[in-house]
Design a protein around this ligand. Structure first.
Ligand SMILES: *[C@@H]1O[C@H](CO)[C@@H](O)[C@H](O)[C@H]1NC(C)=O
Ligand SMILES: *[C@@H]1O[C@H](CO)[C@@H](O)[C@H](O)[C@H]1NC(C)=O
Ligand SMILES: *[C@@H]1O[C@H](CO)[C@@H](O)[C@H](O)[C@H]1NC(C)=O
Ligand SMILES: *[C@@H]1O[C@H](CO)[C@@H](O)[C@H](O)[C@H]1NC(C)=O
Ligand SMILES: [Zn+2]
Length: 899
């Protein structure tokens, strides 16, 4: 065993990055996973052989290859100068081979290895996943190489720029199906060491990065297939047998063709592979992974059950498929050189996922929804001083943990917002032209962000687009500095200015920016009801007077910034909203609400001004403005629903939402039809949810009746799938023990994952505190609530106004158990802490939290460490906010409802 000694004293700098002296050409890999555990060791393992060929580009006598948790049984230097010593360096995850003489530049070498690895259930590398179907336990061997786990499967140069060709062979039990990036080639039945096996050899991959490799093998998997004639691409969707038989994969199959067609046109490059496999895994930690040619998904993200799933589930499926397929070109064909620019890969795929899904579902208005789902989501995070820039320096992202941290809302959602802005100010045609030349030029190789800016700049030149300065100078300000600006337009003086927007007025930024937190801002605007054609750039041009009516900036929120106005202009905008609101584009109506509420939090406008933006909602029927308002009012509920403001606030919102409720009642002919428009379907849910929550009797009778009908005939749930979450919750809140027990039994029986999760959160809606306490206690018993769901149940109970203090007491009482069960490495543990403390806004609550923190400080808070700190900080900010705003808010609500 050559690779276990570490006795030779050689000084190797502890560098986590490869040296670039050696460049791989191809890997020839055979893997044999054992799907039953070794009775002696209790381990599931796989064995493997790998021949790799690489070229020496810089003389060296040291070979560094990534390898993590693999045991070597043989290592052979076919054609390599003689080996002096070899060892494993676990900290840097290297297999190190020291040679007696130097390798020669421009020569090719091969290395042959035999190795053993554990097929653990750790969701990393080549791993094992178990699930139950029809009461039978099943095992899937699957993989997640991204971002740094290929090295746990075979020895390799595991960096995205080390592209190579992969020849994969899998050995598996006869009767199971093996899949990989390439199409299955030879499949033969044979015996190895007396064991009958099937050997599946795959067509070689294209030249690609290690993190995009995928291997899946599974018994009982079946698929549905279609051939996309225009592309000559075979499309297959794989899932559990029952899911396929119930038609749950049909929707994915139907949208994949159009989405691939769209991207082929958009990129102006044919789909680079001859097949597209997508597989739903019953137990998958991530949302989805864009392995080239074999995309893996969590079941809820690929499958859509036409009988029980909602249109929300359907949209999720379409947009996630589009996101992953967008990567087949941007990310897979052309790959960023290093993980410091994850944002460009993920932001791009997130942006164009709306375009691809829109092509498959043109009636849905999907392109607008990026504002709610990405822009608003990330505005909230990016307005804090704890935010960070999109891009980091290459040498600051080295450790695997640092690499994983890059995959956050900033990368995905801000990345998408900033690229959408770029496409808008260049025009889509110029953007796409630059993109095409970038993809063609760098196909099968790697880039840095500047390469994209360079190709866009060439398109700018070719089309004579006028910009205040080169693309890269504009973009650097958005990419290299964190946060975003608020543009303030004073229409009385004509003065326009910008400022870094920070949600907490008392916070200040300590990180310096080379651009001093100033941005080059493309402003699209509207004057007195007319959209102006030109864009003006805020550091270049000033002077903006209102003239006769009003000015509105950031039309359709194509720019990544907020806008504030002088009081007179706000008033004119309100007058417009209250007279003929359609004159203002729907996205901007949503934005006026969101900007005003956030500017009020930052003390840049008054709180009554923010509340005034909601007045016109009594005549608004569109989804986006309503959703925007409800998202913002959620904070008011959290802060004020246990105070004297609660009832006046309920009365006001009830008054606003009643017309909406009646509007949908009428549109659906007394709730007998599903609205045609996708966004109406969403807003119908808002109408029912808020009408029932604020005590509209007709709504409560309706949901109670629907739920009763289901209770009387449990075999037949006639409740419209889109409405189920809202109806279950409202019926549970209005009902008592009988409703709860029924909901519980249905939850335990549910076979479709999305249905179970709807019931699970609805059970926390009950108003019976004894039931809430019982539900909390179930989280201690995994036979009642599965361990993976426990923290989410506690969070749901805490989000119920009556359950808040119960959940907090429960967590404190059971702290030791919680901490040992979930404290280490569990992401949901942190969100449980945020959840149970979300309402904290009184000095007494702060005191409890401080005592809690002191009591457990010594033992620590594991993965919730940051969450506990943020909870303390947020509670203090909430106390301030309440003290400043409560009376004013109470007066405002009272003034609206008294007459
Ligand atoms: C890969 O290895 C197999 C046997 O291990 C061999 O038959 C095949 O020729 C090899 N392919 C390449 C491209 O080296
Ligand atoms: C390497 O693995 C293959 C397949 O498991 C086996 O046939 C071969 O004997 C192994 N070689 C060594 C030296 O262990
Ligand atoms: C690899 O070797 C270590 C140390 O001997 C052992 O603990 C581990 O179980 C081995 N792994 C496999 C998959 O055989
Ligand atoms: C291999 O064996 C399996 C199970 O016995 C059988 O279903 C399959 O058709 C065989 N394949 C070939 C290529 O003979
Ligand atoms: Zn992605």
């Amino acid at each position: 065993i050559p690779c276990t000694t570490n006795m030779i004293l050689v000084f190797i700098p502890l560098s986590y990055r490869l040296s670039n002296a050696l460049v791989p050409d191809y890997y020839n890999i055979t893997l044999w996973p054992r799907l039953s555990c070794d009775p002696n060791t209790g381990l599931y393992i796989f064995t493997g052989q790998c021949t790799m060929e690489f070229e020496c580009v810089k003389e060296t006598n040291l070979i560094l290859i990534h390898s993590n948790k693999l045991n070597y049984t043989k290592l052979d230097n076919m054609h390599i100068a003689s080996i002096k010593s070899t060892w494993l360096q676990p900290e840097t995850q290297y297999l190190v081979i020291q040679l007696n003489s130097k390798l020669t530049q421009k020569h090719k070498y091969q290395l042959y290895t035999n190795f053993t690895g554990e097929l653990a259930d750790d969701l990393a590398g080549f791993y094992r996943s178990e699930y139950e179907e029809d009461g039978i336990r099943k095992i899937v061997a699957t993989s997640q190489m991204h971002p740094t786990h290929a090295r746990k499967t075979f020895p390799c140069f595991d960096e995205p720029a080390m592209k190579a060709v992969f020849y994969i062979t899998l050995i598996h039990p006869p009767g199971t199906v093996a899949l990989s990036n390439g199409m299955e080639g030879d499949i033969v039945n044979t015996t190895i060491d007396g064991v009958a096996v099937t050997k599946t050899k795959f067509e070689p991959t294209k030249k690609m990065s290690t993190y995009l490799l995928a291997i899946v093998l599974q018994a009982m998997t079946i698929f549905i297939m279609s051939l996309l004639i225009t592309l000559c691409v075979q499309i297959r969707i794989w899932a559990r047998r029952t899911a396929i038989e119930q038609g749950q994969a049909n929707y994915a199959l139907n949208v994949t063709g159009p989405i691939l067609d769209f991207f082929q046109l958009y990129y102006n490059i044919s789909y680079p592979l001859n097949k597209s496999d997508q597989i739903a895994l019953p137990d998958f930690y991530f949302g989805a992974m864009e392995n080239w040619g074999l995309v893996t998904y969590r079941e809820t993200n690929l499958l859509y059950d036409p009988v029980t799933s909602s249109n929300r589930n359907k949209e999720t499926t379409a947009t996630i498929i589009a996101h992953e397929l967008a990567h087949m070109w941007f990310g897979n064909l052309v790959t960023l050189r290093w993980w410091n620019e994850v944002w460009l890969n993920e932001g791009f795929a997130s942006y164009v996922s709306y375009l691809g899904a829109d092509h498959a579902e043109p009636a849905w208005n999907l392109k607008d929804l990026i504002i709610l789902d990405d822009v608003h989501r990330v505005f909230a995070v990016d307005a804090l001083t704890s935010s960070h820039p999109l891009s980091s320096k290459e040498d600051s992202i080295i450790l695997p943990g640092q690499i994983s941290e890059q995959f956050d809302a900033i990368s995905y959602s801000k990345g998408a917002a900033v690229l959408r802005m770029l496409s808008d100010f260049l025009s889509e045609q110029v953007f796409v032209q630059g993109l095409n030349s970038y993809l063609k030029h760098f196909a099968y190789s790697n880039t840095v962000g500047d390469d994209l800016w360079h190709h866009l700049q060439m398109a700018v030149k070719a089309n004579n687009v006028s910009l205040p300065c080169p693309v890269c100078e504009i973009m650097n300000r958005w990419v290299i500095q964190m946060g975003f600006p608020v543009v303030t337009i004073d229409t009385s003086t004509g003065k326009v200015s910008q400022k870094h927007f920070l949600l907490d007025p008392e916070s200040s930024v300590t990180v310096e920016s080379p651009y001093k937190y100033e941005w080059l801002i493309p402003v699209r605007w509207m004057k007195s009801g007319e959209v102006q054609r030109d864009i003006w750039w805020l550091m270049e041009k000033e002077g903006m007077r209102r003239g006769s009516v009003w000015v509105l900036a950031n039309i359709n929120i194509t720019g990544y910034y907020r806008v504030n106005y002088d009081h007179g202009n706000w008033e004119s905008l309100f007058a417009q909203l209250n007279s003929e609101h359609q004159v203002i584009p729907v996205i901007n109506r949503a934005q006026l609400v969101d900007d005003a509420f956030n500017l009020a939090r930052a003390q840049m406008v008054s709180t009554p001004l923010a509340l005034n933006t909601t007045l016109y909602l009594s005549v608004e029927t569109e989804y986006m403005p309503w959703q925007s308002a409800l998202d913002n009012l959620d904070y008011y509920y959290l802060m004020l629903d246990r105070t004297e403001v609660y009832q006046p606030m309920q009365d006001y919102i009830k008054k606003l939402v009643t017309p909406l409720f009646l509007y949908f009642k009428n549109m659906t002919s007394d709730w007998t039809h599903v609205p045609d428009r996708h966004t109406d379907q969403y807003n119908q849910v808002n109408a029912i949810r808020m009408a029932c929550r604020t005590g509209v009797t007709e709504c409560q009778n309706l949901t109670t009746r629907w739920f009763k009908q289901w209770m009387e005939n449990p075999q037949q749930n006639l409740i419209e799938p889109n409405l189920r979450s809202a109806v279950y919750c409202s019926a549970m809140a209005a009902g008592d023990e009988a409703e709860w027990e029924f909901g519980w039994s249905q939850f335990k029986k549910a076979t479709v994952a999305s249905e179970a999760s709807k019931l699970m959160s609805a059970l926390a809606c009950t108003s019976n505190t004894t039931l809430l306490e019982r539900y909390l206690s179930y989280t201690l018993n995994s036979a009642m609530i599965r361990k993976q769901d426990a923290t989410s149940v506690i969070t749901s109970v805490a989000s119920n106004r009556l359950g808040q203090s119960l959940a907090w007491d429960f967590v404190r009482e059971q702290w030791e158990y919680m901490f040992t069960q979930y404290g280490v490495g569990s992401f949901s543990f942190a969100s449980m802490i945020s959840g149970v403390t979300a309402r904290f806004s009184t000095p007494a609550e702060l005191q409890q939290l401080v005592e809690f923190e002191e009591k457990h400080r010594a033992a620590g808070f594991g993965s919730a460490t940051l969450a506990v700190e943020q909870a303390l900080e947020r509670t203090r900010a909430n106390i301030n906010w309440q003290q400043k705003n409560k009376q004013e808010i109470l007066d405002w609500f009272n003034s609206q409802t008294r007459h």
